[in-house]
Design a protein around this ligand. Structure first.
Ligand SMILES: [Zn+2]
Length: 167
């Protein structure tokens, strides 16, 4: 499904690159085009499934649910999250409020928690993932923005969310 710019609704875009998924863990799509809007320069995924398909995917078959590994992430992901933590750590304090939008099972947030950061919060559409986040890491994860308290965060991670979703 191709879509207009989510910011200004323009339909004229410039193609930047094709994002391929070269593994078999994502069954929702094999690839998508990343484009920039010719009017406002918003960069977004152009030909992605509908919101209804995303909702179904995250509800039933998100790769982040790790059915085959009892909810635990692979060593590769663990190292990836450790590197993200090391990159961010110099820029925050132990009191910083950290929000991860699209946090899956909360493994990145857990990296902060294990290092003494107590104010971690996630948002994730997959209900199964929110359960795993609480069971595995004791991390509070909300299913949507409506359940969240109003407040200020010091660090917000929403990189992949921003590209892929329709909001
Ligand atoms: Zn635009």
């Amino acid at each position: 499904m191709v879509r207009n710019c989510p910011i200004c609704n323009n339909d004229k875009v410039t193609f930047l690159f094709k994002q391929n998924f070269n593994n078999d863990t994502i069954s929702l799509m094999e690839s998508y085009y990343v484009v920039s809007c010719d009017r406002c320069n918003m960069i977004y995924a152009y030909d992605i499934p509908s919101q209804e398909e995303f909702n179904k995917y995250y509800k039933e078959m998100s790769k982040y649910e790790y059915h085959n590994n009892n909810g635990m992430i692979s060593d590769g992901y663990k190292n990836h999250f450790k590197n993200i933590f090391k990159f961010i750590q110099p820029h925050i304090t132990k009191e910083s409020k950290i929000l991860d939008i699209g946090c899956a099972t909360g493994a990145l947030l857990n990296e902060f928690k294990e290092n003494g950061y107590k104010n971690v919060l996630g948002i994730e559409p997959s209900e199964q993932c929110t359960k795993v986040a609480m069971e595995q890491y004791g991390i509070e994860v909300s299913n949507n923005f409506n359940n969240m308290q109003e407040g200020v965060c010091d660090l917000i991670n929403y990189f992949v969310f921003c590209i892929r979703t329709h909001y």
